[in-house]
Design a protein around this ligand. Structure first.
Ligand code: MG
Length: 169
């Protein structure tokens, strides 16, 4: 059981996570166009993670016997000035998502919906990790952005990222 308000919030978040997947896919396309395939791979894997997040909302709503509503997606931004610009936009986006998750948590706590609180706790932790990983990469990109050799090495490193769904989910 879930209040109408919280259910709407959960269905909206399902859409937001798919929107995030598309945003990162657009960033991957930009990196590919700049011949930075490793950076593109990083964003492709990030897009997969976002689809995984979306499906966690889908499955939870269904599991508690409520109705999943799938909505259309927003047009993502497809133009960036640089890889640094893409990563800064990604961090801004993650901060926005953190706000959305925090807002859902406030409603769930207000309504004493402990199943929802427990479910959202995973996302609270996940957002801390997402913001930390983007911040760390931005710091690295800032250090090497005017050095093609450094950028190439970072690109090489990011080409190794793979998607591993968290265990026990
Ligand atoms: Mg997400």
């Amino acid at each position: 059981m879930m209040s109408e308000k919280l259910l709407k919030g959960f269905n909206d978040q399902l859409k937001h996570e798919f929107d995030a997947a598309n945003i990162y896919l657009a960033m991957a396309a930009y990196c590919n166009s700049e011949d930075l395939d490793g950076f593109a791979n990083f964003f492709m894997v990030q897009a997969e993670e976002e689809r995984f997040h979306a499906m966690k909302f889908f499955n939870f709503i269904d599991e508690i016997g409520e109705r999943v509503v799938v909505s259309g997606l927003e047009d993502p931004n497809n133009s960036y000035d640089s890889v640094l610009d893409a990563f800064q936009s990604a961090l801004d986006h993650e901060k926005k998502v953190t706000g959305q998750i925090n807002n859902l948590m406030s409603i769930a706590m207000e309504e004493k919906n402990y199943a929802a609180v427990n479910f959202l706790n995973w996302f609270i932790d996940e957002q801390v990790e997402e913001e930390a990983s983007f911040s760390a990469l931005i710091a690295k990109i800032e250090r090497v952005k005017d050095n093609p050799q450094g950028l190439y090495m970072l690109d090489e490193k990011l080409s190794q990222r793979t998607f591993t769904p968290p265990t026990g989910e």
